[in-house]
Design a protein around this ligand. Sequence first.
Ligand code: DGL
Length: 277
Amino acid sequence: MVGDSRPIGVFDSGMGGLTVLRALAARLPEERFVYLGDTARLPYGTKSAETVQAYALQATRLLLGEGVKMVVIACNTASAVALYVLQESWDPVPVIGVIEPGASAGVAATKNGRIAVIATEGTVQGGAYARAIHLQRDDAQVVQQPCQVFVALAEEGWTDGPATLASAQHYLGPLFEGDNAPDTLVLGCTHFPVLANTIRQTIGDEIALVDSAETTAVAVADALESGGLASEGHTGAGKTIRFFATDSPERFARVGAIFLGRSIDESDVELVDLLKA
Ligand code: DGL
C-alpha cells in the first residue's frame, strides 16, 4: 500500500451526511472512510451554538481515536457553528466543513448575484452561508430561509408526495416571487439533496440548484493532495467504509440507505457512546 492509508473521518448529526460521504467515496475511490452519525442527539439544527460545539468536539474526538487523518464535518449546522473550534482543537489534523464549498457552488452558479440559501434554523441564525458567500462575491444578495421541517420529511423517506410538495411550496414559493428573485438556490443542509425533485418541481427549471456535496469532495481532494495525505489504494483488507451511530444501528441502516443511495447492512453499523469516547 502506498501513500497515507489512514481513513478520513466524516461526521454528521445523523444520516443526512451520507449524501456528502457518497460524493466523497465517488471522487476518492482510493480512500477509506469512518462515518459517525450522532443519531441519539439529532437534530442539531434546533440547538444552540454552544451545545452543537460540545457535541461536535465529542464526535470528532471519537473519530480521531479511530486514527483518521482528516475530519470532514458533513453537517451544515456543525460546520456553521463549530468549524473554527474543531480546527483549533485538533490542529494539525485538517478539519473541513461544508459551508465554504456550498457557498462556492452558489457563487459559481449565479448569474444575477442573487442567491437563496435554505438550511436549518441554527445554520440560518449563525449567518455562516451569507458570510462565506460575501467573502467570495461581496455584491451578492443573499436571502436565507430555515426549512427545519424538510429534515423530518427526508428522515421519514417522504422525498416526494403531497406533504413534501406543500412544505416546499410554503417555504420556497415566497423566496422566488417578483422581478428581483434569486436565480440560484443553495441546499444548505445535508438532508435536502434527497428532496431535490420536489424542490425542482416547486421552483421550476430556471433556478440553479446546488448543494455542497460535490464541492466538498473537491475541497477534500485538494486538501489531501496539498497535505501529502492522499492514499494511493487500499489492499482490500477491512471495510472501505465503517459506520458508527450513537443510537439504533437498525434505524441508521434503514434510513441511511435513502441518503447513501445504496443499502447499508445493520451489522456494519457500530453503536457508540460519545460520553465515554
Ligand atoms: N445535519 C444537519 C445539517 O446539515 C441537518 C439535521 C440536523 O438538524 O441535525 O444542518
